[in-house]
Design a protein around this ligand. Structure first.
Ligand SMILES: [Zn+2]
Length: 261
């Protein structure tokens, strides 16, 4: 079975874009995917102290988003721990505070990109290492072609992002793309689902690792532009991002079922 066939089979199995009868069901689904994404980020070591956030737009209050409680380890987050933040940065549901940088960055990304349901950012080691080079990723593997002509560079660094204007500049740098490398900082990815945003982050982090390894060992051979574009259409679509996350979701729910509490 080819990847395309497999993807179509998964879609036929209604694994892409489940339909919901009520907004409550849709909200719960997003929160479950969000809690699972945090557990995976913890599992992969993407946490760095209190840094990092993944957000999911509320399906009803479209200028509100669900996010991790400030100071809680990714590996401990359950559905019931997630907090809802409004467009002013106030926590309107949940018992914890919000990371100011999470509000400043994610509120501006969600505002600038109505199509985006979720955004992920963390200070993962390979992403931030690559970000220090101040350049885009090259098409050196099949997987990184998901980002071919579809990621941007925020070519500035002005300290911890605590100013809404800085959040706006960052969202502007992202533009209509699926990811942005924040120079001297790390990666940020977005998607039409939590699944997609989390998957792009995970595979982008690994792509940074791959290019750092290959570049340290020699001179990587680039995939030519025509093939990179073709591959991007195969591995870089919204559906592909969603589907790629499903085995990881299944894995983390089996390993850590309490995340659904
Ligand atoms: Zn950060």
């Amino acid at each position: 079975m080819t990847t395309k066939d497999a993807t179509e089979a998964l879609m036929r199995a209604e694994r892409h874009g489940p339909k919901f009868d009520t907004v409550e069901e849709e909200r719960l689904h997003r929160k479950q995917r969000l809690a699972a994404a945090f557990r995976l980020f913890g599992r992969f070591g993407f946490d760095e102290g209190v840094a990092g956030h993944i957000t999911a737009r509320d399906p009803e209050r479209l200028d509100h988003f669900w996010v991790n409680p400030f100071g809680m380890n990714f590996s401990h987050i359950r559905v019931s721990d997630l907090i809802l933040v409004n467009d002013q940065g106030d926590v309107v549901e949940g018992d914890y505070g919000v990371n100011t940088a999470a509000f400043v960055i994610h509120s501006q990304v969600h505002a600038a990109r109505p199509d985006v349901i979720a955004a992920a950012h963390a200070h993962s080691i390979y992403g931030k290492s690559w970000s220090a080079l101040g350049r885009l990723l090259d098409p050196i593997t099949q997987d990184v072609c998901a980002f071919y002509e579809d990621h941007a560079l925020f070519d500035d660094y002005t300290g911890v992002v605590l100013d809404l204007e800085e959040g706006k500049r960052l969202a502007h740098a992202l533009g209509e793309k699926k990811a942005v490398i924040l120079r001297n900082h790390g990666l940020l990815t977005v998607g039409h689902s939590v699944d997609e945003a989390a998957w792009w982050f995970i595979t982008m982090e690994r792509s940074c690792q791959a290019q750092l390894l290959a570049s340290a060992a020699g001179e990587p051979v680039l995939i030519d532009p025509e093939m990179a574009q073709l591959t991007a259409s195969q591995v870089g679509s919204h559906v592909s991002g969603y589907v790629s996350f499903q085995p990881l979701y299944d894995r983390i729910v089996r390993e850590q079922p309490d995340l659904l509490d």
